[in-house]
Design a protein around this ligand. Structure first.
Ligand code: FMN
Length: 463
């Protein structure tokens, strides 16, 4: 069996992900593995079409395609994203039809599922038959249990390849989308900027993204606060994050380019909007490059903004996975949700209305003490993973650790001493006195602080 491993880690063979694929090479020596460094060779792949075609040919000749990637900001590294865009540009899907593929990732298990969903989706768009991949926490194969699980996955995968049946229960629907014509929507005159909030829009719009440009302009002209637009097309960003961790102690990113300036505007803004057009099933690789470079701030939520939103051009309603990452982005940033507006509505007027609603949300939020939407699992779960990671790697992520300590983000349940004492006493009493809690009493105890709060509020109103 000839297996081609497409390695999307900027660390190449010195990365954690490659340790997993090397482990497979040792354990399955009866198969032929060939690894191609995608992220490390991305500049050559982008500039040299012959080289790109030679890699596509290797994919075609292989029996099995394995995507190997670290999770980068809820998806794959921008370098791998660019490779995927290049494959579609070359119409590689015409050659790859029916091949079997899978994905192997390493990460901290923070939004690894969205990265795997994305790889499943684009593999399907490329005509590949995709077997559910393996998402390893970085250290998984260092334990016997982790090794066993990883080998189990691999054996299962090779069995499916030999059966020539991927035995999958998930079907990815093809995207069926035609851009809505927004010509009929007129752009109103820019209103005088009487507000004092700083709005920054990070725009990935190219000239052909007419709807995106229009949606941005509609927002900019109607909102009463000054707007600054950062055009990614005119911002020189030399490369995607390579995970060198030079920034771990709080030092500047090793790249010397225009990213730092652009990001400092985002960081200081009161309201931030990301605006981009969908390329395959996510924002473009260029936009992803900007997003990944945020890692120079580690896991610190450094935005001043209280309000965060997205303006998207493309079939967002058909890509639930992308929508989830955008919602998560807002929650993980601890911002109020400005909204996620896209032009995938068939009615151009409705798109205009949604942008207008975004403007109204800004005005209403500013006038109403700038509150924050309650978090769901996306934000709460995300915070707990980050918190544990930062604590675990505090010797490396020193700047993160300092930040988390200062902001009291190391909120482990074990640090809530009264809760711990209460739990301990209750447990001890249950053990010693064979105490059984009665459901009715238990519920009354549970409601007590709420009843107190309601009584206090009622009293305040009555007085
Ligand atoms: C820019 C950047 C973004 C990252 N984003 C995520 C993430 O969203 N979720 C996660 O679990 N880990 C994330 N990580 C951690 C990597 O996925 C993890 O360290 C991985 O094992 C690195 O693999 P490699 O050494 O093969 O590159 C990120 C790392 C970097 C450098």
């Amino acid at each position: 069996m000839n297996i081609i491993v497409l390695n999307g880690s900027p660390h190449g063979q010195k990365g954690i992900t490659a340790q997993y694929t090397q482990y497979l090479e040792i354990k399955f020596s009866e198969y032929n593995f060939e690894t191609i460094e995608i992220s490390r060779k991305i500049n050559r792949l982008e500039k040299n079409e012959k080289y790109l075609v030679s890699i596509i040919n290797k994919m075609v000749e292989a029996d099995v395609i394995t995507w190997a990637f670290p999770v980068y900001t809820m998806l794959v590294p921008s370098q791998l994203k660019l490779f995927i865009e290049l494959l579609f540009k070359q119409n590689a899907q015409e050659l790859l039809q029916g091949k079997i593929a899978t994905g192997i990732s390493s990460s901290a298990n923070f939004y690894d599922h969205t990265a795997h969903n994305y790889m499943h989706e684009i593999s399907s768009d490329l005509g590949l038959r995709y077997v559910r991949g393996f998402s390893a926490e970085m250290n998984d194969i260092l334990s016997k249990k982790g090794q066993n699980n990883f080998l189990g996955f691999a054996k299962d995968f090779f069995w499916k390849v030999n059966e020539n049946d991927i035995i999958e229960d998930r079907i990815i629907s093809k995207i069926d989308w035609k851009s809505t014509d927004m010509h009929s929507i007129e752009i109103p005159k820019k209103i005088t900027k009487t507000g004092n909030k700083k709005i920054v829009i990070v725009s990935d719009a190219d000239v052909e993204d007419q709807n995106l440009i229009k949606m941005i302009r509609l927002f900019e002209n109607q909102v009463s606060h000054p707007v600054e637009i950062i055009e990614l097309g005119n911002t020189k960003i030399k490369g995607g994050c390579i995970g060198c961790l030079k920034c771990g102690d709080g030092d500047a990113c090793f790249y010397k380019d225009e990213y730092a300036d652009a990001f400092s505007k985002v960081r200081k803004a009161d309201i931030v909007i990301y605006a981009g057009a969908i390329k395959d099933r996510y924002y473009s690789a260029r936009f992803k490059k900007f997003i990944d470079r945020y890692f120079s701030n580690g896991h610190r939520n450094v935005l001043s903004a209280g309000l965060l939103g997205h303006i998207v051009s493309g079939p967002l309603n058909q890509i639930a996975n992308m929508r989830e990452t955008l919602e998560a982005h807002i929650e993980v940033s601890h911002c109020h949700r400005l909204g996620i507006v896209s032009d995938d509505n068939l009615d151009a007027k409705m798109i205009g209305k949604h942008i207008n609603n975004m403007v109204k949300t800004v005005e209403h939020w500013v006038a109403n003490e700038e509150w924050t939407t309650g978090q769901t699992f996306l934000g709460v779960g995300g915070h707990k993973v980050f918190r544990d990671l930062v604590y675990h790697y505090r010797g490396v992520m020193t700047a993160d650790y300092k930040f988390y300590k200062e902001k009291k983000l190391l909120d482990f349940p074990t640090r809530n001493f009264s809760q711990r004492l209460f739990g301990f006493l209750l447990l001890t009493m249950k053990k010693i006195f064979k105490l059984k809690l009665k459901p009715k009493e238990m519920n009354e105890q549970r409601l007590k602080p709420f009843k107190n709060l309601l009584a206090k509020e009622q009293l305040a109103i009555n007085n």
